[in-house]
Design a protein around this ligand. Structure first.
Ligand SMILES: Cc1ncc(COP(=O)(O)O)c(C=O)c1O
Length: 424
């Protein structure tokens, strides 16, 4: 192999990884014909009870995805045509896209601060007389500033939905995320720290929201058991139009991660700290900025910020150099929504629900509209966080060696330079 050939680092299986007991339980369910459940069997009831216990006794409902859970949350709030919901621009598309189905209008708010989350100030700039609700995403596992956001929502009479999909196990002032909003949603699918392959969880403070979400999600067998309000329970025979249920095998797989969440969060924290050391020791590179009163749980994406002036190379140079050393580095896959198709003028759906003035105001974004989120996305290198959920940390040392090699090749091995105004 020539010295310029790309290096290959053997990667272990990517998350979600399951222990033997969890895989056996899922297989046993399949063998017993329990690959689905119209009712409220022990696997689903158990996962909901565990989420509820971890989140101040909130009403917990499992669904087939985080996207479905967001749809159910917005549906339960009664959002419909013309209602505006403030959504961070820096989030996964599903924080906004279920609103299209309801005819409600996502209004995008800029990031505020180094973690990429929204703040009360950035939300407030997006408020109009039509605003009914606010959604926040605890981006990449860093909690948004919930004190000021809950105060704003109270003051303005707005409902609050937390999207906790990146933030399993994260806390804000000692309280778990998911306990601040009227409703909270966790994806428990794909690469999330708690993952059943496909799945979502909705948490509701108000049992009426839970009841409406349940009627949207489940059929008679379950709704008759778990919908509390007798007037709403009467609707259980027909439901409210969705079939968004999780499967028992997915529930037991997710439960196996939830049962180990303390261990998984501790392992992830240790892995990420050790992983980032060689990078953040270099001038111009900084690791995630974590506020003193929060803890990071899920840590969905692990990002490093490149300041090209001080580093002497660009973000894209670093991505390319890391990739040559076998690191699965990239720009963050989660990118500001206002630069995506629907928000830059491609109409949302073949029969979109929005009148021309709404399309003109909310779906014709251009670069520069929400500059803080753009600047963060343009400066971040994403490392493949889900590989570091692995409690053995198998990739940490190979990646550290690759980081040293990449930085050496970029010629960034010199002594630190002063932050500003000094000689370079
Ligand atoms: C912030 C956020 N919200 C919602 C979702 C949607 O979850 P799901 O893929 O389970 O539908 C995701 C998925 O990646 C996400 O990252």
């Amino acid at each position: 192999m020539g010295t310029d050939d790309p290096v290959v680092i053997p990667h272990p299986p990517r998350w979600p990884v399951y222990d033997r007991a969890a895989a056996d339980r899922a297989a046993e369910l399949i063998r017993r014909g329990r690959s689905f459940d119209y009712d409220h069997g022990p696997e689903i009831a158990g996962l909901e009870a565990a989420f509820s216990r971890r989140h101040d006794g909130r009403h917990a409902l499992t669904l087939n995805s985080g996207t479905s859970a967001l749809l159910a949350a917005y549906f339960a709030l009664g959002l419909g045509p013309g209602d505006e919901v403030i959504v961070p621009t820096f989030t996964f598309l599903a924080t906004a896209s279920p609103l299209f189905l309801l005819g409600a209008v996502p209004v995008l708010a800029d990031s505020d601060g180094p973690d990429g989350t929204v703040s009360a100030a950035s939300i407030e700039r997006a408020v109009t007389p039509r605003t009914r609700a606010v959604a926040v995403t605890h981006l990449f596992g860093h909690p948004a500033p919930m004190d000021e956001i809950t105060a704003l929502c109270r003051r303005r009479g707005l409902a609050l939905v937390e999207d906790c999909s990146h933030a399993h196990g994260s806390t804000y002032r000692g309280r778990p995320v998911g306990t601040f909003g009227d409703l909270a949603v966790f994806s428990i699918g794909g690469l999330k720290l708690v993952s059943g392959g496909m799945g979502g969880v909705l948490l509701a403070r108000d049992s009426r929201h839970y009841d409406l979400a349940c009627l949207l999600t489940a059929f008679k067998q379950r709704s008759e058991r778990t919908v509390r309000d007798p007037r709403l329970r009467r609707l259980a025979d027909v439901g409210l139009g969705g079939n968004l249920r999780i499967s028992p095998p997915a529930a037991v797989l997710a439960q196996s991660h939830l049962d180990r969440i303390v261990e998984l969060v501790a392992a992830k924290r240790a892995n990420v700290h050790r992983l980032l050391e060689p990078l953040v020791a270099r001038p111009g590179l900084t690791g995630p900025v974590i506020a003193p009163h929060v803890t990071m749980g899920g840590w969905y994406d692990v990002v490093v910020t490149v300041d090209p002036e001080r580093a002497g190379f660009s973000r894209d140079d670093l991505v390319a150099a890391l990739r040559r050393q076998g690191v699965k580095a990239d720009v963050p896959a989660t990118r500001p929504l206002h630069l995506s198709s629907v928000f830059t003028g491609a109409e949302p759906g073949h029969r979109h629900p929005y009148p021309p003035d709404v399309l003109a105001r909310r779906f014709r974004h251009r670069r520069g509209d929400l500059p803080a989120a753009e600047a963060l996305h343009d400066s971040w290198v994403s490392l493949p966080g889900p590989y570091f959920n692995d409690t053995a940390g198998a990739l940490v040392e190979p990646y550290r060696a690759a980081f040293h090699a990449a930085l050496d090749r970029l010629g960034a091995a010199g002594p630190p330079v002063p932050a500003a105004g000094g000689a370079r």
